[in-house]
Write a protein that binds this ligand. Structure first.
Ligand code: UDP
Length: 405
């Protein structure tokens, strides 16, 4: 049995057949993905699953990670924050650090990238490579995973100067598309239904995994979870506040905030400290710092929760939302970016603006198991229809075929 056959039960035999047919037209071509971390965050999560599928189709797909010093990741985090609309000072020396790191990485990767048939540059970190390339064979695509709907204009203009050297750009939502000289496409991200993070595991197995993390599912009986990097845009303090308010009404609940760092996110430690400080005085909150490969722990948490939060104030997509919906859980999500595609109000969960609003929705859901079940079923259907990796793979194949023509 081939890897793709394992997806038939989730997306159907026709879809797998179509993927194979499209793959045949791209067989043997060299595709290189470039991003800035192999572990942590949604981009790494997707590439880890997408590259083997592309290879399974006969495409010579590989994944390169650029290296940088702390100065570089300070700048790229500032770019990230600025693209997501936060006021951010970017000085000339920060730009110089960004450009120096890109130049260094370019020297190491140049031959491979110039020789590839397709290069996917993910997010701003390696974007400058597009303007460094002068003798490329293939088509270059900039893949923006960020909510760029309201970017800092100065930072956007700077990055666009590099991105315009690509042949196309992909955004996750039409709302994020920005003025560029190159064709733009919309492709939302997706989750892998057969990955260790999303595959079925039994309630007994979940209980065993959670027990090993010090979580007893029977006491208290309500489990509420948010899985996220420790990032202010994910609003972990808002989730704590929402649960603190809800606890007064429902009597008992446990909130688990599970997260880890990403190699390219230098702010994680400071945010984790803020969260720990806040959680210290609240015994119902458990902060779990997980290693990047804790897929079974995350799977078990999402599967065992009654309600899953993703209360972001900005969110490119939020794979964690589809991960929870796929496991039949209603999601209370921030009313922003990619969460709007996945949390359909009153259908797959509730979109909220404030911790107070979130707490009201949480109480409602905790008191109403039938609603939770109804939303959970709708959520799984939504993900099956729109947010599985087979659809993402198909979109990528279509784009490559179109650019090649
Ligand atoms: N994730 C993880 N461990 C953590 C925190 C997050 O494996 O400690 C995973 C999470 O399950 C999801 C991805 O990292 O698959 C995060 O992607 P998302 O799009 O939700 O957010 P991003 O981190 O890219 O902003």
């Amino acid at each position: 049995m081939s890897l793709l056959d394992l997806y038939v039960e989730h997306c159907g035999a026709e879809e797998v057949k179509l993927l194979r047919q499209m793959g045949e037209m791209l067989e043997g071509l060299r595709l290189v993905h470039v991003n800035s971390t192999r572990r942590g965050g949604g981009v790494a999560e997707i590439l880890e699953r997408l590259v083997p599928l592309q290879r399974e189709l006969g495409i010579d797909s590989s994944w390169e990670v650029i290296e940088g010093d702390p100065d570089f990741f300070e700048v790229t985090k500032a770019f990230h924050n600025a693209l997501q609309g936060r006021r951010q000072h970017v000085s000339d020396s920060m730009i110089a650090a960004y450009e120096a790191a890109n130049l260094r990485n370019w020297t190491a990767m140049r031959d491979k990238l110039e020789d590839a048939d397709f290069v996917f540059i993910h997010d701003p970190q390696p974007a400058m490579m597009a303007s460094l390339s002068t003798a490329r064979r293939g088509k270059w695509i900039w893949r923006c995973h960020i909510d760029a709907s309201n970017p800092d204009r100065k930072v956007w203009r700077y990055l666009a100067g590099h991105v315009n050297h690509c042949d196309a750009a992909i955004f996750s939502l039409p709302d994020f598309a920005q003025p560029l000289d190159i064709p733009e496409f919309i492709i939302p991200p997706a989750i892998d239904p057969i990955s260790p993070k999303n595959q079925y595991i039994s309630p007994e197995e979940c209980e065993r995994v959670l027990e090993s993390l010090g979580i007893d599912l029977k006491d208290p009986s309500h489990l509420v979870v948010q899985v996220s990097r420790f990032d202010r845009f994910k609003d972990p303090l808002g989730v704590i506040r929402a649960c603190e308010l809800a606890l007064r009404r429902v009597g008992d609940l446990r909130l688990v905030l599970a997260g880890g760092g990403a190699d390219d996110d230098p702010e994680g430690a400071a945010v984790l400290e803020e969260v720990n400080r806040c959680a210290e005085r609240l015994p119902f909150v458990k902060v779990l710092l997980l290693p990047p490969d804790a897929h079974m722990a995350i799977n078990s948490l999402q599967r065992s929760a009654q309600v899953v939060f993703q209360k972001s104030t900005k969110e490119g997509f939020g794979l964690t939302v589809s991960e929870a919906l796929w496991k039949g859980k209603p999601v209370i999500g921030g009313d922003t970016g990619g969460i709007r595609l996945q949390v359909l109000n009153q259908i797959t969960g509730y979109r909220v603006q404030t911790p107070e609003g979130a707490s009201l929705r949480l109480v409602e859901l905790l008191n109403n198991p039938r609603e939770r079940e109804r939303m959970g079923r709708a959520g799984r259907e939504l993900v099956k229809e729109h947010f599985l990796i087979t659809r993402l793979l198909r979109n990528h194949l279509s784009l490559m075929l179109a650019l090649q023509a």
